[in-house]
Ligand binder design. Structure first.
Ligand SMILES: [Zn+2]
Length: 91
């Protein structure tokens, strides 16, 4: 996918998100890095909303180095070792 900016053919790298909280947040578009910055300024000018970015994940075979390393495999409890129903937490 390419940048949503008019006439820009660069690959979209960032999703621009606008809104002041999880309920109002929406994805404005997917842009290359410089246009994500410019679109962010546009949104702030027009709506006065805070904006932030997320990685555009459409095709990212290589994860960024910031991805936390997995903490190892979680223990698996076979069903037959589960405690009796009365001892289990109620969900
Ligand atoms: Zn662009």
């Amino acid at each position: 996918m390419v940048c949503d900016w008019t006439n820009c053919t660069a690959l979209a790298r960032l999703d621009l998100i606008a809104g002041s909280g999880p309920s109002s947040a929406r994805v404005v578009g997917s842009f290359c890095v410089p246009h994500a910055s410019m679109a962010s300024l546009d949104v702030q000018d027009q709506g006065g909303e805070p904006t932030w970015y997320d990685w555009h994940r459409e095709r990212m075979p290589v994860q960024p180095a910031a991805t936390p390393a997995p903490r190892g495999t979680a223990a698996v409890i076979p069903p037959f070792t589960l405690p009796p129903a009365a001892a289990r937490p109620r969900w």
